[in-house]
Design a protein around this ligand. Structure first.
Ligand SMILES: Nc1ncnc2c1ncn2[C@@H]1O[C@H](COP(=O)(O)OP(=O)(O)OP(=O)(O)O)[C@@H](O)[C@H]1O
Ligand code: SF4
Ligand SMILES: [Mg+2]
Length: 396
């Protein structure tokens, strides 16, 4: 009797191991096959991106609404890895209107940074590639589709029309040059005839603008001689040097302590009114979004699951994921034993399900949710959501 039981147990283990192997194991042969297919696709996309002397007509486009600075339209950006194709950005569409702050929020790994990197064509190549979709950038008299632009033409946008502020200011600054040298350099890039004295004057003005009390001293300092908050102010000054139409701030306060965070946010707010440019603000901090943004885009697993005005998202959140994010935000003066967290994790971007990506974590999932990925529907002029609970634009 005991032996029969043991045999049954072994057979069950074998079966289980085979199942595990089938689901997660990739044989050397399969890896080679994936690598071969990836290499072919990456070569094709890289050749397209590396072309020189491409006529402007190829990437000239028209804005859907001329009041927008940027329009993301069904953007797909993938990473071609040996384990498979990782769909980091999988059909993202949203607009950045002129003079507005658009906040992008979502858990780690949802594709927020890859979306902004795609706009600057800074996705890690060759494995990272914009595969399809459009990123229309409004340059005033004309508009370019960044997704179709060759790398050689990107200097028309990068640093001039759009500038980035990164999470960790130390890595954005060069440790072997003075702050003054690094700001002056941006002016020289744009205007080769500018004199050293003129560049210095403009740099000091900028340092003043970003709230640095002793600009002369900071001008001749090296990055390591400044505090984290001061370094982030310098990075913001460099971003402002060319009066860009758009500033992309990717987690600009995450590496700073709370009091300095508040100062940098205040600075971003001041700047916004001074430059009349737009800001794409990426963060996982809903509090920052609530303070700063006019419009909010909620991303989950490479897709936009909900978007609307800051009022829509904070007062009438619709998608169960947005509701979960808000519930997990700590509230001042409210005592709780344990902070709420959304159970489960973001699905593997290499192996996305065909149904709603949030289904396995959703407490409101119904029978329909096992079907196709839900369509994005507008529930009002400004507010849209991708969830079966709002099919046809109505709350169920
Ligand atoms: N160089 C890379 N190679 C392969 N996959 C990458 C690479 N860079 C990003 N990814 C993948 O793309 C997906 C989206 O990453 P992204 O950096 O945009 O996330 P995020 O929303 O900015 O997260 P976080 O809040 O942590 O910054 C992730 O699954 C990540 O693993
Ligand atoms: S579609 Fe269904 S599973 Fe997905 S978020 Fe809506 S209710 Fe939840
Ligand atoms: Mg990021």
């Amino acid at each position: 009797m005991h032996k029969i039981f043991e045999r049954m147990r072994d057979a069950f283990r074998k079966l289980w191991k085979k199942k595990e192997r089938d689901e997660h194991y990739i044989s050397a042969k399969e890896v080679k096959q994936i690598a071969r297919e990836n290499a072919k696709e990456v070569r094709r996309l890289e050749d397209f991106r590396k072309r020189k002397n491409v006529p402007e007509e190829e990437y000239l486009t028209q804005m859907r609404d001329p009041r927008n600075i940027v329009e993301f339209d069904d953007l797909h950006t993938y990473f071609f890895t040996d384990a498979g194709v990782s769909k980091a950005v999988n059909g993202v569409s949203f607009d950045i209107p002129e003079g507005c702050v658009v906040g992008v929020v979502g858990e780690s790994g949802c594709g927020k940074s890859v979306t902004s990197m795609s706009l600057m064509q800074l996705v890690q190549a060759p494995q990272g590639q914009i595969v399809s979709g459009s990123i229309r950038f409004n340059l005033g008299e004309k508009a370019y589709d960044v997704a179709k632009m060759p790398r050689s033409a990107m200097n028309a946008i990068r640093g001039k029309e759009a500038a980035m502020i990164f999470q960790e200011p130390m890595t954005a600054l060069n440790p072997v040059f003075t702050i003054g040298y690094q700001i002056d350099e941006v002016f020289f890039l744009r205007d080769k005839n500018m004199t050293k004295a003129q560049a210095k004057e403009r740099s000091l003005e900028l340092l003043n603008l970003v709230g640095i009390a002793m600009p002369e001293r900071v001008y001749s300092s090296y990055p390591h001689e400044l505090s984290g908050g001061m370094r982030q102010r310098v990075v913001i000054a460099i971003a402002l040097a060319n009066n860009p139409r758009l500033i992309i701030a990717d987690e600009p306060t995450t590496a700073l302590d709370v009091t300095i965070q508040a100062q940098i946010l205040q600075l971003l707010r001041d700047i916004r009114s001074k430059i009349n440019g737009s800001i794409l603000l990426i963060t996982h901090d809903l509090g920052v979004i609530a303070q700063m943004a006019d419009y909010v885009v909620v991303m989950y697993a490479g897709r936009v699951v909900e978007k609307g005005t800051v009022h829509d998202i904070f007062k009438h959140p619709l998608h169960p994921y947005t509701v979960g994010l808000q519930k997990s935000k700590p509230v001042v003066n409210q005592q709780v034993d344990r902070l709420y967290s959304i159970e489960g994790a973001v699905p593997n971007p290499i192996d996305m399900p065909s149904f709603c990506y949030f289904r396995d974590r959703c407490d409101r999932a119904c029978e329909k949710c096992a079907g196709e990925y839900p369509a994005f529907v507008q529930v009002s002029e400004t507010h849209g959501v991708a969830c079966y609970l709002y099919e046809g634009g109505k709350k169920k």
